[in-house]
Design a protein around this ligand. Structure first.
Ligand code: GDP
Length: 423
């Protein structure tokens, strides 16, 4: 496995959790490198289902070091809550490490997220409202606070003027109420003691693990199409979700990455706003939503559903230098008379086989479909490709051929064993 990055190949929610879970069994280290507590993983611990939004799911494997690296933004309230939940389940946190360089999501970032979204009105981005975008904005503006600040003696002194600035902004620009700065400040400062023991130089740890030829798994959050630069801007997240983000968010050099696995569903989903060419706003879309339980783990919002978009997948293969593809939720398509693959776009009378140059062209693009026959047979028990009906195999073969990337896993049900592993 060596140094592997797992990335989402669409707009997030691809089922990365199960692929990470599968690979984490052999990993000495699992690293989160971007995003914040908007990555929802559901993991089964015995009879209990745990929802982790920030701490890597590798924490369940006692020999796996779990890092929250420099590029992540950390909400101390959420982090300490997850720590408590895990401890209550008897799960040790001894293997957790948090970068002092990771930025802190402050209470005013959450407020700002909501105020910004209200102000955008009809042009809403559809953020999860967790303060992640504003925290990254402050980081880029060099007015952020890092975990190292939170656990230091100078935290109150540094944070107090920032609260005052944000109150000024809330009242003068947004016409909103002022925060009770001192109460919120005391709350955030109160988390420092619980977090301090886990803070360290994670870049050093990753570097040592690379030098020791250990298996390292970089766990991407969200998906390629939500990348701040390479996604469908402005309907994107505020970080680098592509595989290169693993370098930026941890300090590993680009040539150290040995394998990139992209995860996508057998169909496409999207949460929030923004154009989605292969979206199905009909009974088929609704059927996929219900059968696939397409409601956000973190927010509960219904996800928009549509056919598998191969133009987007080819693009994801390129920008991530994807070596292999893990395709999830094939079982959800069972029972459909035909299944379609978006193989190109029609834009201004021309056929495009690649992603359009501009957002304006993208929004004018209509999908061109290849129709394939569906299958009725139950496939949740399939463990080898040969167990799948011929039409399901043909569907997978077309995806592999059109994406130009070999499959390494196909999942056919939510349970750990409901998967066909190919590499
Ligand atoms: P992530 O954020 O990319 O890990 O994705 P989510 O956690 O939002 O989505 C994964 C959801 O899909 C979980 O509820 C899984 O139990 C479910 N799931 C994953 N793989 C399959 C599959 O092959 N079939 C079905 N029916 N459900 C799956």
């Amino acid at each position: 496995m060596a140094v592997t990055v797992v990335v989402g190949a669409q707009w997030g929610d691809e089922g990365k959790g199960r692929v990470v879970d599968y690979l984490a069994r052999n990993a000495a280290m699992v690293v989160r490198y971007q995003g914040g507590n908007n990555a929802g993983h559901t993991v089964a611990v015995g009879e209990t289902e745990l929802k982790l939004h920030l701490i890597p799911s590798g924490i369940l494997h006692s020999n796996t070091l779990c890092l929250i690296a420099d590029g992540v933004v950390v909400d101390p309230a959420v982090l300490t809550q997850e720590m408590q939940t895990l401890r209550a389940q008897g799960i040790s946190l001894d293997s957790l490490r948090i970068s002092g360089n990771a930025h802190v999501i402050m209470p005013y970032h959450r407020i700002l997220d909501a105020l910004d979204e209200q102000r955008r009105g009809g042009g809403k981005i559809g953020t999860t409202g967790r303060g992640i975008g504003p925290a990254y904005a402050d980081k880029a503006a060099r007015s952020g606070l890092r975990i190292a600040d939170l656990v230091s003696d100078h935290f109150l002194e540094r944070a107090r003027p920032l609260f005052a600035e944000k109150n000024h902004l809330f009242q003068r620009v947004y016409g909103a109420d002022a925060m009770d700065s001192e109460a919120l400040l005391a709350e955030v400062a109160g988390y420092a003691g619980q977090i301090r023991p886990f803070v360290c130089n994670t870049t050093l740890l990753v570097g040592q693990a690379v030098a020791a030829r250990q298996n390292i798994l970089f766990e991407g959050a969200q998906g390629t199409m939500l990348d701040i630069d390479h996604g469908t801007y402005p309907f994107v997240t505020s970080s680098h979700t592509v595989a290169g983000g693993a370098c930026l968010g941890t300090g590993i050099g680009p040539r150290q990455i040995e394998r990139v696995i992209g995860v996508c569903k057998a169909y496409t989903t999207r949460v929030g706003s923004g154009y989605f060419p292969t979206e199905l706003e009909d009974a088929t879309g609704e059927r996929i939503r219900q059968r696939g339980a397409e409601f956000g783990t973190t927010t509960g919002r219904p996800r928009r559903c549509g056919w598998r978009d191969l133009v987007a997948l080819r693009y994801a293969a390129q920008v991530n230098s994807m070596d292999a593809l893990a395709l999830t939720k094939l079982d959800v398509l069972t029972g459909l008379p035909t299944v379609c693959l978006g193989v190109g776009y029609a834009c201004d009378g021309k056929r495009l086989n690649h992603f359009p140059d501009t957002q304006a062209e993208y929004v004018r693009s209509e999908p061109i479909y290849e129709e394939l026959p569906g299958w009725d047979e139950e496939i949740t028990g399939a463990r080898r490709l040969a167990d799948l009906p011929a039409n399901a195999r043909r569907y997978l073969e077309r995806i592999e051929a059109l994406a130009g990337v070999p499959l390494m896993m196909v999942s056919v049900g939510p349970r750990r064993e409901q998967a066909i592993t190919l590499q």
